[in-house]
Design a protein around this ligand. Structure first.
Ligand code: MRU
Length: 348
């Protein structure tokens, strides 16, 4: 089953807020609902929100009452702005929306109804491509995994974070299918617990052995020689190879470096933002403090009522801590200012 798919004139998505207890599909008919679903994390993970936004733009076309193509293009522009504002850090969201608005602008010769159908087809193509890209990326990444590896994995980068298959977790899945015996240490990934809830759920479906660890245990497992590799995805990679990813990635990469372990970021080239020179330029989403504060232990509230909290959803790992970046076009090694543009501009 795909995480994000179009059927019967609606966008359908797995509601990721309810996993692992309940697998529920939610359906949307308007771009505003889709933007809200992205902000509220019904759908999350950089490539998945890109695909959802692409279908959101297609929905905007069908919502629009425009009879003429110029009026329809204006409505696409307005919808694009609201979809792009849904979450700021993952560049795949803006990338997907920009790809479709450019497609619309360059097909301005079509009558309005034909353009609506064309934009829906373009969204479908983007979603189909995502799956193929992930499988190519996984094949490149699996060559870096050895039989017997124990891998620390951060956040959720699996089928749920994409249209299907996944990025870093897709690498693990492919290596496992190649017969490599792998064990995964799943960072629980506070505060929203994408690792404990979603990655553990996916690994269970695939039959890959794992243990959940709390985020503060990873240094211990590395220092005691119980880990061979560290894998994570990315929400935006800048021209110099700095990687914005789920909060906690930076500390994980620091510990990996201190223990001479490779730290691999796995991401499609649509996550690479060559327009930004370095990671300090990446906008970091700050989410509600309630995500940090609403925590219970044995059914009891943990934090004092009225407590304050900070909640940056992402951090930036400097390129010096990233051993390699795995993309669908191959593996980039430092210096990234040379290797990344080659992979991004690579023609299949
Ligand atoms: O806040 P989320 O759950 O959308 O964050 C997701 C991540 O940070 C993933 O690691 C990232 O999107 C890359 S995986 C496809």
């Amino acid at each position: 089953m795909r995480t994000v798919y179009w059927e019967s004139e609606q966008l359908h998505m797995i509601d990721q807020r309810l996993l692992p207890e309940t697998l529920t599909i939610v359906s949307y008919r308007t771009h505003a609902e889709v933007a809200q679903a992205i902000t509220g994390m019904v759908v999350r993970g950089a490539p998945a929100i890109g695909a959802a936004a692409a279908f959101g733009l297609a929905l905007a076309g069908y919502e629009s009452r425009a009879h003429t193509t110029p009026d329809l293009l204006t409505d696409y522009q307005a919808a694009a702005a609201s979809l792009k504002a849904a979450r700021p850090t993952a560049v795949n969201l803006a990338w997907a929306v920009d790809r479709l608005t450019k497609e619309a602008a360059s097909n301005a010769h079509l009558p309005a109804d034909a353009l609506r159908a064309h934009i829906l087809q373009a969204a479908q193509l983007l979603a189909d491509e995502d799956v193929k890209i992930n499988q190519r990326m996984a094949a490149h990444g699996a060559s870096l995994i050895d039989d017997g590896d124990t891998i620390i994995h951060h956040c959720n980068t699996g089928a749920l974070a994409t249209v299907d298959w996944g990025t870093a977790l897709g690498v693990i899945r492919t290596a496992w299918e190649q017969g490599k015996k792998i064990h995964v240490l799943v960072d629980e990934t506070r505060p929203r617990l994408q690792g404990a809830r979603l990655t553990a759920w996916e690994l269970q479906q695939y039959g890959i052995p794992y243990d959940i660890i709390s985020d503060n245990m990873s240094g211990h497992f590395m220092r005691t020689g119980q880990v061979q590799k560290v894998l994570f995805g990315a929400d935006r990679i800048t021209a110099n190879g700095d990687v914005a990813n789920k909060i906690g990635t930076y500390m994980l990469a620091l510990a990996a470096s201190d223990n001479d372990l490779p730290a691999y970021s796995v991401a499609p080239t649509s996550t690479v933002d060559l327009a930004l020179a370095h990671g300090s330029l990446i906008p970091i989403e700050e989410r509600s403090s309630q995500e940090v504060l609403d925590i219970q232990l044995a059914g009891e509230r943990v934090t004092p009522r009225g407590a304050q909290a900070r909640n940056p959803a992402f951090d930036v790992t400097p390129h010096r801590l990233i051993t390699a970046i795995v993309t669908e076009n191959g593996v980039a090694y430092p210096p990234y200012t040379i290797s990344l543009p080659k992979l991004v501009n690579h023609k299949a």
